[in-house]
Design a protein around this ligand. Structure first.
Ligand code: GDP
Length: 459
């Protein structure tokens, strides 16, 4: 268990993004934050105000007024960090913000380190480690699915389930350690059958969580998708049709730039990331130029392949050969017969009977691309996520889950192979350690530093 953090330091950082905005919010946290702000704030006496109140006034550096501001007060423990927190809403100019922060640093605050607000919240018991990490994920989420997964995790997610099973395991661990205390005497406080049952139950949960990471990973980072096919099949036409529509939607949102979402498309709240499509726009011969092997390698990295056939220029033999190759990749793929406008119905009907799951369209007709989107969503099978099952999105959790699984399997093998109690106890302890790492019951300074350094300053 970690100690509660008795931080004497008052930390300060800009909580809103760097750059010019209508408002910039500067946040301070620490026992002395309110008295510190009171020293330079002219308006009401902040130390005599109640929690969760807002006050208008000016921030001064000596006689000089730096800005007119609104000050929000959160008195410990009713704040994000569970310490006294002050949020100052200034005018969002870089100059003002720099001046205000500097005045507080001269008065005794210190600049916050990356993630330090969230770290304090964790240390003061606001939430567990997995939830703290979800704060970062929530801020970074750029699709509905990623947002949903992060929010679910922030509100507890699988933490509760893991904690519960961990407690049951602790019970067994203590029983077995008690047996060890009795040394040579042949006592058995912990029924090996019950222990095995519990460990198997745990393994079931852990395996499901491990399995969910495949899904979690694509939810968080986007489904890696490859558009493949022979030169001139219509790949770039299709990509442009998919992305252009997106561009129209996105440009409605003020301030979003096209560059940022380059080659990413959100369908049904899920992000699809098109791999290596830059070449599609540059040269028609990319696929040929990079060779069949590299194309294969690229396709294997994907979670989804959209494969285009030029209906007007592909023989059945050739098509079947390609489909065979696609099947060998083991990656879900969508067969797309393109340039529907150029061929007659007989060909389409004949192909349809051979390949019932082939989709026929013209990439040149934007409205036909809608059907494609539906099919793409079906292929990645996100039903599980929609049902609200818990999904692991964090690679650190995934890693700890794998370690837990190994230790638990060792426990089972130990019981079955009749190894001595101390070995079983050791494996249980190891499993407890890795489980505890996920939610933060077990932490090391290195682990915490590593996690919170990935946050931005101000979080
Ligand atoms: P890529 O080499 O696979 O990227 O193919 P492109 O997207 O550059 O398309 C090759 C040619 O086929 C271009 O002249 C496109 O305008 C044309 N094309 C693409 N899709 C269609 C379609 O659905 N119908 C017709 N008639 N032409 C298409």
């Amino acid at each position: 268990m970690h100690d509660l953090a008795h931080n004497e330091d008052t930390i300060i950082a800009l909580a809103t993004p760097q750059g010019i905005g209508a408002i910039g919010v500067i946040r301070l946290s620490g026992q002395s934050s309110i008295s510190l702000v009171n020293k330079v704030f002219k308006g009401k006496d902040l130390e005599r105000q109640e929690s969760h109140t807002i006050h208008f006034g000016t921030i001064r550096d000596g006689d000089k007024i730096l800005d007119e501001v609104l000050v929000s007060l959160f008195i410990a423990p009713k704040s994000f960090t569970k310490e006294n927190v002050v949020e100052i809403s200034c005018h969002g100019s870089n100059f003002i913000i720099r001046q205000v922060i500097q005045v507080f640093i001269r008065k005794g605050a210190r600049p916050a380190k990356p993630g330090e607000f969230t770290k304090r919240a964790f240390m003061n018991g606001q939430f567990d480690l997995a939830q703290a990490e979800a704060v970062a994920d929530l801020i970074n989420a750029d699709s509905e699915a990623a947002h949903h997964a992060a929010l679910n995790q922030m509100r507890g997610g699988f933490s509760g389930e893991i904690k519960h099973l961990r407690e049951e395991l602790i019970h067994f661990a203590s029983m077995i350690e008690l047996e060890l205390d009795f040394g040579e005497e042949d006592v058995e406080f912990a029924s090996r059958e019950d222990l095995k049952k519990l460990v198997n139950r745990l393994l079931e949960v852990i395996n499901a969580l491990i399995h969910s990471f495949d899904l979690g990973n694509v939810i968080k980072n986007g489904v890696p998708t490859v558009i493949a096919g022979k030169p001139n099949a219509g790949k770039s036409t299709l990509l442009n049709a998919l992305l252009n529509e997106e561009k129209a939607i996105v440009s409605d949102i003020a301030g979003t730039t096209r560059d940022f979402i380059e080659d990413e498309l959100i369908i049904g709240g899920v992000a699809f990331r098109f791999i290596d499509t830059a070449g599609l726009r540059e040269t028609k011969d990319t696929i040929e130029a990079i060779g069949v092997e590299r194309t294969q390698a690229k396709m294997k990295q994907a979670s989804l392949i959209i494969y285009l056939f030029d209906l007007a220029d592909t023989s059945t033999v050739e098509m079947n050969k390609e489909i065979n190759r696609l099947e060998n990749t083991g990656v879900p793929f969508l067969k797309l017969g393109n340039k529907l406008d150029k061929v007659d119905d007989t060909l389409v009907e004949s192909l349809q009977s051979q390949h019932p799951d082939m989709l026929f369209l013209s990439a040149k007709e934007p409205e036909q691309v809608e059907i494609l989107k539906e099919r793409i969503l079906e292929l990645v099978n996100l039903d599980k996520f929609k049902r609200g099952d818990t999904v692991v999105t964090n690679i650190r959790h995934y890693d700890s889950l794998l370690q837990t699984k190994n230790s638990l399997e060792a426990v089972i093998n130990g019981i079955d192979g009749s190894v001595t109690n101390d070995f079983v106890a050791m494996d249980i302890r190891r499993a407890l350690h890795y489980l505890g790492e996920i939610t933060g019951e077990i932490t090391t300074d290195d682990l915490l530093a590593n996690i919170f350094s990935k946050f931005c300053i101000g979080k």
